[in-house]
Design a protein around this ligand. Structure first.
Ligand code: CP
Length: 308
């Protein structure tokens, strides 16, 4: 079995292009598997995985669980809201108690940036970061890269613009690392207040005008405004945000080419993207979700094969 150079998947920043290529090619094989009448393989029959979600999720949580079931792993699910975390148990104690039940791999979403790295240093299990605060969301970036590759071929020299709330977005950061490692050119676009100053140090260009950004790109990844992470107002109102940075059909149709539209979900319809764009034939939003299962199967399969 080929395997990754890392024991964990904590982020995209510190993994190699070879690792990314291996995950994407393995995901291609798993995509074929899950399109068969019998969608299950025995690859993780001897592995037990715990899904620890300390923050809300629909796509990532269900996608990981389905991926584990398609790989024949044993699965347990934990959500912080109805656990003993509410009684004051620490993260490390919680995880060590779960590992005492002979669990091999932890998939964790947490609201604290760095939570997955923190855990990986303190417990004896393979850790997959399913999103840690505004830090990284590595499997989202991998499924986004897989989906672009499926639609447009190699990412080399493809132009991708990430639009919206870059400041609070783990999807933006992981996508920037992943797309650049695969040879794509990346711009970010949004209100100046939602673009962190350090972003240009990552080799990313900033474009404040949405129409210019869309005219430049092959792919636009429209991010959700993360009101739950905003403790102050970064723009006057959602209506004004939508007028300047929302993607609607007349703006899309005014471009002189057909670009690919992506969104990691959940969508705020009518804010960052209108329904007629989200549901248009240029949108690959549901393909992203479909590909998430194959990509997460690949990640867990490859990590399981990595010796400590
Ligand atoms: N894209 C994404 O992470 O969605 P969820 O928050 O629903 O998992």
């Amino acid at each position: 079995m080929s395997h990754l150079s890392q024991k964990h998947l904590l982020g995209i920043k510190n993994i190699t292009k070879n690792d990314i290529d291996l995950i994407l090619s393995t995901a291609q094989n798993f995509k074929e598997v899950i399109n068969r009448p019998i969608k299950k393989v025995p690859s993780l029959r001897d592995i037990t995985v715990a899904n620890l979600f300390f923050e809300n999720s629909t796509r990532t949580r269900l996608s990981f669980e389905l991926a584990q079931k398609r790989l024949s792993a044993d699965v347990i699910n934990f959500s912080a809201s109805n656990s003993s975390v509410k009684k004051g148990e620490t993260l490390v104690d919680t995880v060590n108690n779960i590992l005492a039940m002979k669990v091999d791999m932890i998939v964790m979403r947490h609201s604290s940036p760095g939570a997955a790295v923190f855990l990986a240093k303190r417990v004896n299990a393979k850790i997959v970061n399913a999103g840690d605060g505004a830090h990284e969301h590595p499997t989202q970036a991998l499924l986004d890269a897989f989906s672009i590759q499926e639609k447009l071929g190699s990412l080399k020299d493809k132009k991708i613009v990430i639009v919206g709330d870059i400041l609070h977005s783990r999807v933006a950061l992981s996508n920037i690392f992943c797309l650049q490692k695969l040879g794509a050119k990346v711009k970010v676009c949004g209100p100046q207040t939602l673009i962190p100053k350090y972003i240009t140090s990552l080799g990313v260009e900033v474009e404040l005008d949405l129409k210019k950004a869309l005219e430049w790109c092959d792919v636009a990844n429209m991010l959700r405004i993360q009101l739950e992470r905003q403790d102050i107002k970064f723009f006057p109102s959602l209506r004004e945000y939508s007028m300047l940075y929302g993607l609607n059909k007349s703006l899309l149709d005014s471009l002189n080419k057909k670009i690919v539209i992506m969104h990691p979900g959940p969508i705020n319809r009518g804010v960052e993207i209108t329904s007629d764009v989200a549901d248009s034939e240029q949108s690959i939003i549901l393909e992203q979700v479909e590909n998430g299962v194959a990509v997460r199967m690949a990640v867990m399969y490859l990590l399981a094969g990595k010796q400590d």
